[in-house]
Design a binder for this molecule. Sequence first.
Ligand SMILES: [Zn+2]
Length: 241
Amino acid sequence: MAGKMLSNGRVLIIGAGGLGNPATWALARAGAARITLVDPDPVELSNLARQILYRIEDIGAPKVEAAARRIRAMYPGVDINPLEASFTADNGAALASAHDFIIDATDDPATKFLINDTACALSRPFAYGGVLGMNGQAMTVLPGRSACLRCLFEAPPDALETASCREAGIIGPVAGVIGEIQAGEALAVLRGATPWLTGRILTYDATSAGRFRLTAVAAREGCKCGASRRANNSSATDAAH
Ligand SMILES: [Zn+2]
């Protein structure tokens, strides 16, 4: 199954939890040979139900090390580089610029916006993902070409809203669906194809019969990502910087 044509693509996965586990596994399975996995946390007992790369004996070990061990055991041809760290304003630009695609697999709104801004500044495509209870969502951003996270939300939610999100929890199968979809978006970009979720957000509701819904997201005028300038005034794009 390993795809030779993907071997040079470099994918940065930020977060080795509920989204990062299925995304990493799916990429490795598809033959994406170069993966950097970033996360500062150790494996905890409560992670095992939905973070499918970990085993009971991994508890206490850094998540990125445990995930890398498991991926190497299953797919020896995959070059997985574990980095026990957070994605921050200090290391973000260097990390993003060293990769061809970024998967946002974090659960922290402030980090999601940092990923958005860093990726847009450096023109690195990325897949946003979020899960909350029985719902999930995902969108892919091609900086300067399609709507970014700030076109959609403008600013991170306040701390109170974030706290209630955490309490709603993360359901394993929902995170599995969204993480797999994010990996699929990465694979599309590495193959030179336009990702499915460019300029549209997918929402997934595990409790409804319809389950998947796609909603177009227009680039917001005035957003510093610049995508609306391109969409609304393509003749002036060359002159604008
Ligand atoms: Zn934007």
